[in-house]
Ligand binder design. Structure first.
Ligand SMILES: [Zn+2]
Length: 169
């Protein structure tokens, strides 16, 4: 059985204990002279509200269950800006060069310990899906029903900014 990697200090292998640091409870090394703190800082993830001919492209990743769709998203490479990263993801997943229309905002995603950097990206042409995508949907903005977490919150904000008020749920 694999043990929880947060149970032991990665520096000195002593137990991690809960400590009050910077106004929050953190896991920290029990050995005072070690000083290791597991800060658990979020990982940045770029996501795109992809627009194609007036429709928004939602994607279903190959490992997602039938019926589950979301925004195209991915992790950053060490040497790229968020803008480069989101456009690279669009090329990799849809085989189309996009252009950034606007930066929608940053959205915490604590369940996955991520900070989402969300962009509105325009594409033209016929998408060719990578092996990582099972299928896409192209929905008119008024058909979208944003999910109440993660990228769905960004999508809701974007819709509201563009004059659409999606029904709750
Ligand atoms: Zn330690």
């Amino acid at each position: 059985m694999r043990s929880d990697p947060r149970q032991y200090c990665p520096r000195c292998r002593r137990d991690l204990i809960s400590k009050e640091l910077g106004g929050r409870s953190r896991l920290a090394c029990a050995a005072a002279q070690c000083g290791f703190v597991f800060w658990d800082n979020p990982v940045p993830v770029v996501a795109a509200i992809v627009e194609l001919e007036g429709r928004i492209v939602l994607v279903r990743n190959a490992w997602w269950p039938e019926g589950k769709f979301g925004l195209l998203a991915g992790f950053l490479e060490p040497d790229e800006t968020a803008e480069q990263g989101v456009l690279r993801e669009v090329v990799e997943e849809l085989s189309l060069q996009g252009t950034i229309q606007e930066f929608v905002g940053t959205y915490p995603n604590p369940g996955n310990n991520q900070i989402l950097l969300v962009y509105h990206v325009l594409i033209e042409g016929e998408p060719e899906l990578s092996a990582e995508l099972a299928e896409i949907r192209r929905l008119r903005p008024e058909e979208l029903q944003p999910w109440p977490f993660g990228t769905g919150v960004a999508l809701r904000d974007w819709l509201a900014e563009h004059g659409y008020t999606p029904a709750p749920g």
